[in-house]
Design a protein around this ligand. Sequence first.
Ligand code: S3P
Length: 445
Amino acid sequence: MSTSATPTPLTTRRSSNLHGTAAIPGDKSVSHRALIFGAMSIGETVITGLLEGEDVLDTAKAMRAFGATVTRDDDGIWRVLGVGTGGFMEPDHVIDCGNSGTGCRLIMGAVATHNFATTFTGDASLRSRPMGRILDPLALFGTRSAGRSEGRLPLTLIGASNPVPVTYTLPVASAQVKSAVLLAGLNAPGITTVIEPEPTRDHTERMLKGFGATVEIEDTAEGRLIHLHGQPDLTPCAVTVPRDPSSAAFPVVAALLVEGSEIHIPGVSRNPTRDGLYQTLIEMGGDLSYSNEREEGGEPVADLTVRHSALRGVTVPAERAASMIDEFPILSVAAAFADGVTIMEGVGELRVKESDRIAAMETGLKANGVTTSSTPDTFSVTGHSGNGVPGGATVAAHLDHRIAMSFAVMGLASEEPITVDDAAPIATSFPTFQGLMRDLGGEIG
Ligand code: S3P
């Protein structure tokens, strides 16, 4: 099944200009982690700006199932009363992580060193995604599991009764795998070490420190070594969630493509491990200017102004891929309007996201008159420069929020309208997307 139970088509049309201030919701990665770390602390963690998207709400439900108290005040502040490191209880039902690979993999890590069994499932997209990348390192702690072929969900994880600390070198550049190992290491004695040959988003390390764990980071010839001292008493802290740069990417690219646009995005994360798209758009000639750079809740943030710009194609090097891994679908839309070819290298991980994002973007771009080519781990898009992108087709979102939003943005600047077959998955990460784009002046819906 490649649509949600009640598919909601979405059509976008060429728009005259986009103007205004875009209030981007909280960062998804930081939101998942704030709930999980809060649940593993002793006492109350207060979270401001939590993303209230389906993925994160599923993680909140899961934390309740393991014994934490998670509540929302009327003003949108979330409170997590944690059970302490090693304090999770056996859940009395299956943990349904919905569409969220991040939620599922991080929670698997967090419970892997607790002596009980948990059964995980998710939607059709999540049930098709590889979990072996998590199960292999968790087995080193003594965790056992039984699932479908290639470790796919539904699967049952039997937590280690006497966990041992682990040293693990990441075979793929994945913050989810890194974080699952570190979360498992929290309830193992001794020092757990993750070796990261290529840097990935570092929210887990930042938050571990914020919650009082001892973490030592060494930059070596082998890569980054992250040493975590196990079984700390995590102390609750106030978390301010920055606005999500991966969500901001959609209005940012829309403003670059739609003539006459100028939009403002206050308080967006500028974490360098998430900055690859923004660096690339500037290289393409995008008019992006940052002001008021500051730190909020342990993360760098700034205000961003974006103006319509003529873009040129660039080559995005493989070493940048991890810092923009969620942004390639929207970059390929920007590339379709640029002058020349954009080549994206080292992007094989896109094939195991919420959908095979290279295949989904190629099919949708071609249907809308754009030339593309791909190999297992590269993707190229030939830009139309000033000649207009035809549009006019209906594309499949494949239960993938970022595919749905990418084509919705493309329809705002293409000659003919574009329809996405199912916009329901957008609610997993950016529930206010349609309203926000409409308020900026987008012809949407
Ligand atoms: C995430 C890590 C990335 C990213 C995902 C969020 C995280 O996944 O695609 O949306 O919060 O750790 P991988 O670790 O699989 O690259």
